[in-house]
Design a protein around this ligand. Structure first.
Ligand code: NA7
Length: 553
């Protein structure tokens, strides 16, 4: 066997996972498809890419020294700085030597007789391991529209995820942006005043609100450092894993004036407060949601000068917050500029990409650059891209064809020794990712330690436990207005075969971080109820699991 553990993916989760394994002296490696570490922050280099989480709640919490030495320069830090941070973490803890880059895993097959996983790498190698840990990212498979002529365009075109590493000259250029999700909204706000001409092709508008970013001074950072314990404790007790706590007053218990006062305040505050500090009924009660959505619509009307454009930017098919809320900087003001045009492609669809631009049902456009901000094959897409086979050759792709089923979002019946610290239906999928990721990695690592301590060499979620968890996840959707929205939260993607119909996929756990953590801790405390173990009953000798591999040596 080549490794005791192979981790797939060197993003925020993979970096922390290998740190934990390295500390334990386990023979482990990380395989990463990209040319370097960083995951989301390695790939998404488009202008305007930044956190929507407060930077200091996004960073790792596991090392006091790291917390004490890192200065987040902005409340919502941008991609270059975020990538620098992840590199700093990897270098500080000597993790790079466990990582293999440009290493795409094509398949992972469980060999029942030998009780090991056999991974085929795109470079032709086969690697074996006892445990495989999937830290693949929830939004790591970008999806492009299926439009005629896409290869014929003679200018430059790319998905935001594949934004080139070298600077892209935009000054004076005619630029198209297709898509107005969180990504499109970041790009548009950032480039509107830098390009010659910008045409935004919008299929459905999204509700969004100001990010209200600002710099963090040395004095402010010193204050944040002094409060880190308190900050992480707050994140741990809020449903979203942020500092933002919902307003516990009942929506209907306070007057309309009090509601407006709260909303006026939240609109000017930084970050997701407008979403997560709001009344809880916004997520569950149609009327409450409609009243708040109308409040935000008024804000849009006040910011966008042309009333026709303003109305086009106001969503009609869903209420505020039932899809992931994009946070914006100068987004609505972009449409007040003479060089920016909004094209509603629900009225005039794109018919084809041409050699010189694109054609809608109404007219031809010429562009130098076409930016596809068209989203991702979310949550399960990265799993579907690897040929994963478990017991009896069952493929995960088939098993999850109608949506994922998991135990705690971390194990899958029929796929022993495969762990997902931040998998579909886990607590991290709907919360401030790194907070959920640390929880998931710690839990998976503890499970492995438990197994090594007891000489277990096989762990598999029982069918009953998986069914129970999945039904629990499904039941929680019943309360959420989110179930009605066509968004990646529920598995909708018009560019992925089988995902166009808006049939709900129960992707995320909606019970909130505290309940999730309590549940998984309880499972562990009860001796991993719901997991069947195989193997001896005495500790695995250290030399069988140890001797951490140093890929780069
Ligand atoms: P999203 O939120 O899935 O947004 C994708 C956008 O692209 C959305 O406006 C889509 O319109 C649009 N889209 C997708 N396919 C097409 C085609 N074929 N034609 C026209 N328009 C299209 O992805 P993002 O990258 O913005 O955000 C993903 C997450 O990244 C975000 O939530 C954060 O967590 C970070 P639609 O609404 O489907 O009509």
């Amino acid at each position: 066997m080549d490794y005791e553990v192979i981790v797939i993916g060197a993003g925020v989760a993979g970096i922390y996972q290998i740190k934990r394994l390295a500390d334990l002296g386990i023979n482990a490696t990380v395989l990463e498809a990209g040319g370097d570490l960083g995951g989301t922050w390695y790939w998404n280099r488009y202008p305007g890419a930044r956190f929507d989480s407060e930077s200091y709640t996004y960073g790792y919490s596991f090392s006091r020294e790291l917390l004490d030495e890192w200065h987040w320069k902005e409340k919502f830090s941008g991609q270059p700085e975020n990538l620098r941070y992840l590199n700093h973490v990897a270098d500080k803890f000597g993790l790079r030597r466990f990582m293999q880059f440009n290493c795409r895993v094509d398949s992972a097959h469980y060999d029942e007789a030998a009780n090991l996983w056999r991974l085929r790498i795109a470079d032709g190698r086969t690697l074996t391991c006892r445990f495989v840990i999937m830290t693949l990212g929830l939004l790591s498979i970008p999806t492009l529209p299926r439009l005629e002529g896409m290869d014929s365009f003679r200018g430059r075109s790319f998905h935001t995820f594949h934004w080139p590493h070298e600077p892209v000259e935009l000054a004076g250029k005619k630029v198209a942006v297709i898509g107005t999700g969180a990504t499109g909204i970041q790009v548009i706000g950032e480039i509107a005043d830098k390009v010659g001409e910008l045409v935004v092709f919008q299929r459905r508008p999204n509700w969004s609100a100001p990010l209200n970013n600002s710099a963090i001074s040395h004095a402010e950072m010193a204050d944040i450092r002094a409060r880190y314990d308190e900050i992480f404790a707050t994140c741990a007790r809020t449903p979203g894993g942020f500092e933002h706590e919902p307003d516990r007053r009942g929506f209907y218990e306070v007057s309309r004036e009090e509601r407006l006062a709260l909303w006026d305040r939240l609109y000017d505050e930084p970050g997701f407060g407008i979403w997560l500090r709001n009344f809880r009924e916004i997520f569950t009660d149609e009327e409450a949601n409609a009243e708040f959505s109308e409040y935000i619509a008024e804000r849009i009307r006040r910011r966008v000068k042309d009333p026709v454009t303003a109305e086009k930017l106001i969503p009609r098919d869903h209420g505020f917050g039932v899809q992931r809320v994009p946070m914006e900087t100068n987004y609505f003001e972009a449409y007040n500029r003479d060089n920016v045009t909004l094209v509603d492609i629900s009225e005039t669809p794109i018919e084809a990409i041409t050699e010189t631009g694109l054609r809608t049902s109404q007219r031809d456009y010429e562009f130098d650059v076409i930016v596809y901000a068209t989203g991702f094959d979310a949550i399960t897409g990265a799993f579907d891209h690897i040929d994963i086979r478990g017991v009896g050759g069952e493929t995960l792709r088939e098993k999850w064809a109608d949506g994922p089923s998991t135990f705690l979002g971390m194990l899958i019946h029929g796929f022993p020794n495969l762990l997902m610290p931040a998998g579909p239906q886990s607590g991290s999928a709907s919360t401030n990712y790194p907070r959920g990721i640390e929880t998931g990695v710690n839990w998976c690592t503890r499970l492995l330690e438990h197994m090594w301590a007891h000489g277990h060499d096989r762990a598999e979620a029982t069918e009953a436990a998986e069914k129970r968890w999945t039904e629990h996840v499904v039941r929680m959707y019943a309360m959420m207005l989110m179930r009605k929205a066509k968004s990646w939260f529920t598995g909708y993607n018009s560019n992925v075969p089988g995902h166009e119909q808006g049939r709900i996929r129960y992707f995320v756990y909606n019970g909130g971080a505290p309940k999730y953590v309590a549940t998984i801790n309880d499972v562990a405390a009860k001796g991993y109820e719901g997991i069947e173990f195989g193997g001896a009953g005495q500790a695995t000798p250290r030399d069988l699991v140890g001797g951490v591999s140093r890929a780069a040596e």
